[in-house]
Design a protein around this ligand. Structure first.
Ligand code: ZN
Length: 724
């Protein structure tokens, strides 16, 4: 016959006491206590050992408590090299507490007891770094022998709860949260076991999914529960989930309620229980059999949770895009829409209040016009297309859109064939001087620059490549035909691996892109070649566990420039201000963490003395596997993003609007692709303050459309970050 198993728990708190009088040195002494045996039976010796940071050969007293009795001395131990060990035998099944003591310094308690459960040694685990990613326990109600409510046609609540729970898990995980399910299949599980799971994994939130039932089959509606006397956090979570369920499912509002359901009452963490609808209602039971309806419900709970808390945003990969300003003649310098690697979606928005007749010209790389199309675009409407579909052929070339009024903004979203990598870049207007502050063309990253001559006459472009210190590496002059493209790899021009900056002087207006692709062509970042200015803004520069941001500033002038880098918090207050000197034609590169701190997601302003600076923000994931590049921006009256996809599959998008000067009101409008206003918000922003939001939170549903922000002071910049 075997004995009953014994359980060892070390769960006491560390008791640290100072000796107080006289010997201050004792106050730092500690005694740790451990147990060696993982499986013990009565009479089997267990080894108690540990560290005691006293001078060598100290005597410690080992004491114990048995059952409800008081402390007794078991024996004295000598330390050797600040360590001790001893064996003890537990003669009967009971609860023992051991502790060591030396003067007034005591170890933490170690509790050893037998209660007939499977053998397990539980130790207080070191706190795992959660990296800001919350852990959410999703609890599909009932299961196994407990069917829950039975709906019409025999639909069982446990089945519906599980389906919604699993869908909710997927949404949460994709958004960066860590999720633990109480059950992932049809098993019986006690209420206590559900709560214990949340305790064991040290969850941050608990969400129990149920469906309601009542005898009156006509009743239907949404209820969301918290425990009686629930915390502010629980109530906030319940309120937001409830509101999201109402907006998405559009059932009767049967209110947020409190009830002492076991899983709410005994959870120490914020916990809610959803009863999104009544399974007992015949029409509702029919809906609850549809997978897409359950998906809608899971998404609604997810949206509610997402507006309640941050999920860590560990999306990969990402694309960022800066501000677009409306113009009458916009160019996409390099569009690739082929079957092999990249697909491209071009979106053109009419930002004006009247219908615009827009001409779309498609050119091949040599500047030959392949097709000219006319489209009418209604006010605030977005016209989106795959070039391949319009031309009925694979396309690699440039696109020009013209209208009578400066009313157009455009966005190119380039996606890899498997939808895994994405780059966003705005349409450009021509200029005779362009700058690439930072380009890398070596063994791990391939970078090339594409220039397009936007004129209908032959143009000449002088390309100067500079090393980071400002020394000239190479000059090349090329002819570019009307509407034609010229692309170059710096490595080919210089004859070796190159990283530095590029300036381009054109005899005709040029537009240009820098394309950065990893060697396997699986990741890419695209940024426009840019125009010099005295100030550049980045509405966001994230530095966290997932993302890194680097800033490259080029001094274009022939004099040394004192340049100020200012980092701002959301309210516009200064987080850090640094002055640096940049030599003529040189580039200053720095990681944002070195300017501010390793946790920062605010705005950055770069200001120089004259019209002399170009700046890029390079954003990568921690392993530098994905990347995005963004040009520094200047303040505009209207910030317009032609194409934003948020909360849909597979993309999420975050928008930030920064106010670069004075206090101002920012009006943000969210439009459907067809131009209908879906939502409108006004925010008052301090100088250098910013407002950051997820569009889906504003419309409370997945969002695909365009976003326009207008300011009262002509000084806004915008930032769109798209991630998977
Ligand atoms: Zn239930």
């Amino acid at each position: 016959r075997r004995s009953r198993n014994m359980v060892i728990l070390a769960r006491g708190k560390r008791v640290k006491r100072s000796s107080g009088k006289g010997k201050a040195s004792l106050s730092t002494k500690r005694i740790s206590i451990n147990a060696s045996a993982k499986r013990i039976r009565p009479r089997q010796p267990i080894l108690i050992y540990g560290k005691a940071t006293f001078p060598d050969k100290t005597t410690l007293t080992l004491r114990y408590k048995k059952g409800r009795g008081g402390w007794r001395t078991l024996k004295t131990l000598s330390t050797k090299n600040q360590r001790y060990k001893t064996k003890v035998r537990l003669n009967s099944a009971s609860r023992y507490v051991f502790a060591l003591r030396k003067g007034k310094t005591a170890s933490r308690n170690m509790i050893v007891y037998s209660r007939g459960k499977p053998v397990k040694v539980v130790r207080k685990k070191k706190k795992k770094k959660s990296r800001g990613r919350p852990l959410i326990v999703v609890d599909p109600g009932h299961g196994g022998r407990q069917a829950g409510a039975i709906g019409s046609g025999g639909l069982r609540e446990k089945t519906v709860n599980l389906k919604v729970g699993l869908k909710l898990r997927n949404y949460l995980k994709r958004a960066g949260a860590r999720v633990v399910m109480t059950r992932t299949n049809d098993k019986t599980l006690s209420l206590k076991a559900r709560v214990n799971i949340a305790k064991r994994v040290k969850a941050n939130r608990f969400v129990s999914v149920h469906h309601n039932s009542t005898r009156n089959r006509r009743v239907n509606g949404t209820e969301t529960y918290v425990r009686r006397g629930a915390s502010k956090t629980s109530k906030d979570m319940a309120r937001k989930v409830h509101r999201s369920l109402l907006r998405n499912l559009k059932l009767a509002n049967r209110k947020m309620r409190s009830a002492n359901f076991y899983v709410l009452r005994y959870n120490r963490i914020p916990a809610i229980l959803t009863e999104a609808s009544f399974i007992s209602n015949r029409r509702q039971a029919k809906r609850l059999r549809s997978s897409s309806y359950l998906d809608k419900e899971a998404r609604a709970i997810f949206y509610g949770l997402k507006s309640h808390m941050e999920f860590g945003r560990l999306y990969t990969p990402l694309a960022i895009q800066g501000t677009s300003a409306p113009a009458s003649d916009i160019h996409f310098a390099n569009v690739v829409d082929t079957n092999a690697y990249w697909r491209s979606i071009v979106s053109i928005k009419n930002t004006s209040a009247i219908l615009q007749a827009v001409t779309l010209n498609f050119y091949n790389d040599n500047g030959t016009l392949l097709s000219s199309n006319n489209v009418d675009i209604a006010p605030n409407k977005v016209y989106s297309f795959y070039p391949k579909k319009i031309l009925s052929a694979e396309f690699s070339g440039s696109i020009r859109a013209t209208a009578a009024m400066p009313s157009l903004v455009g966005q190119l979203s380039q996606v890899s064939n498997n939808n895994k990598a994405i780059a966003n870049v705005q349409a450009l207007q021509g200029s005779t001087e362009l700058h690439v502050p930072h380009i890398v063309d070596n063994s791990s990253w391939k970078s090339f620059v594409t220039l397009k001559n936007t004129a209908d006459s032959l143009g000449t472009a002088t390309i100067n490549l500079f090393n980071y210190d400002g020394t000239l590496a190479k000059t090349e002059t090329v002819n570019i035909g009307p509407q034609a493209k010229y692309s170059f790899y710096p490595q080919t021009l210089v004859g070796q691996a190159f990283s530095g900056s590029v300036e381009i002087m054109g005899s005709t207006p040029l537009v240009g892109y820098v394309n950065r692709i990893n060697v396997k062509q699986l990741r890419l970042g695209i940024a426009p070649a840019m125009i010099k200015n005295s100030e550049h803004y980045f509405a966001q520069a994230p530095e966290n566990s997932a993302w890194r941001s680097y800033i490259s500033i080029k001094n274009i002038s022939s004099n040394t420039q004192t340049t100020t880098i200012s980092a701002y918090k959301a309210d516009g207050s200064v987080a850090k201000k640094t002055n640096i000197e940049i030599a003529p034609k040189a580039v200053y590169k720095i990681r944002v963490a070195e300017i501010v701190s390793s946790r920062f997601n605010g705005a950055i302003k770069i200001s120089g003395q004259s019209n002399s600076l170009a700046a890029y923000l390079t954003q990568t994931d921690k392993k530098a596997k994905t990347l995005a590049i963004l040009e520094g921006q200047q303040g505009l009256t209207v910030v317009d993003f032609a194409h934003v996809n948020d909360g849909g599959n597979p993309w999420n998008s975050e928008i930030a609007v920064s106010n670069t000067s004075g206090r101002a009101n920012v009006n943000i409008g969210l439009y459907s692709g067809g131009g209908t206003v879906l939502s409108s918000i006004t925010h008052s922003l301090n100088e250098n303050g910013y407002y950051r939001f997820y569009p889906f939170e504003t419309v409370n549903n997945s969002f695909i459309g365009s976003i326009k922000a207008s300011t009262s002071n002509n000084q806004a910049v915008g930032y769109l970050a798209t991630s998977r």
